[in-house]
Design a binder for this molecule. Sequence first.
Ligand SMILES: CC(C)(COP(=O)(O)OP(=O)(O)OC[C@H]1O[C@@H](n2cnc3c(N)ncnc32)[C@H](O)[C@@H]1OP(=O)(O)O)[C@@H](O)C(=O)NCCC(=O)NCCS
Length: 198
Amino acid sequence: MLKFCEKVLMKVKLYKHLITNDIYILFYFYLTKLLKKIKIKLNWLIAAIIILICKMPIKIIDHGSAQYQQMIDLRMEILRKPLGLHFEADDLEKEKEDILIGAFEDDDMVACCVLTKLSPELCKLRQMAVHQRMQRNGVGHAIMQFAENVARDAGFKTMTMHARKTAELFYEKIGYAPHGDEFIEVTLPHIEMRKKLI
Ligand SMILES: CC(C)(COP(=O)(O)OP(=O)(O)OC[C@H]1O[C@@H](n2cnc3c(N)ncnc32)[C@H](O)[C@@H]1OP(=O)(O)O)[C@@H](O)C(=O)NCCC(=O)NCCS
């Protein structure tokens, strides 16, 4: 319990300066990680306090910035390299038109996704990736919530995506439903999934 409290205090100190800045989303992935380790109910109370105090920055980043380079590196590591694939310069150039989202721990990008306008009402989520060491800690869920809010604010009514079959359940858990048949993309089985935002 002492160690737990020390970790909480450390995180509070670490993120205190961020609370007044920009847009941030609850830092609950850290909490869930700790809760997995220590299984006593009192922790749920402490957990609620952490949720209120600690925050993890998730923000929109600029195309061509140093943070965008971090995003490319993360996408390369998580999505492309395992398949032996690369990014085409043309495809990255087109992302100037997209909404680029990153989640950060300190200054390091730990998760990202991209929103592409398909029509005034339809938004496509792409390039969803969470750093290997941060997976299954709630980061993916948090960045999805942020992305959906951004899309809603931009006036989109529906979110769509080409989901890897291996990630289908992740999207299902946050309200996405299959739309159409399976297909192959970047060598892997995919399925289109959709969710009404409004
Ligand atoms: C898929 C991915 C984005 C999910 O992000 P994450 O941070 O690991 O997921 P979270 O911890 O927020 O998980 C939220 C819930 O979905 C579940 N979940 C996460 N990934 C899952 C998967 N691949 N299959 C089944 N369930 C999954 C979690 O267990 C959790 O369930 P719970 O709420 O019942 O505890 C991430 O694991 C990842 O980047 N994977 C590799 C790249 C990839 O597949 N990207 C998606 C391309 S479409």
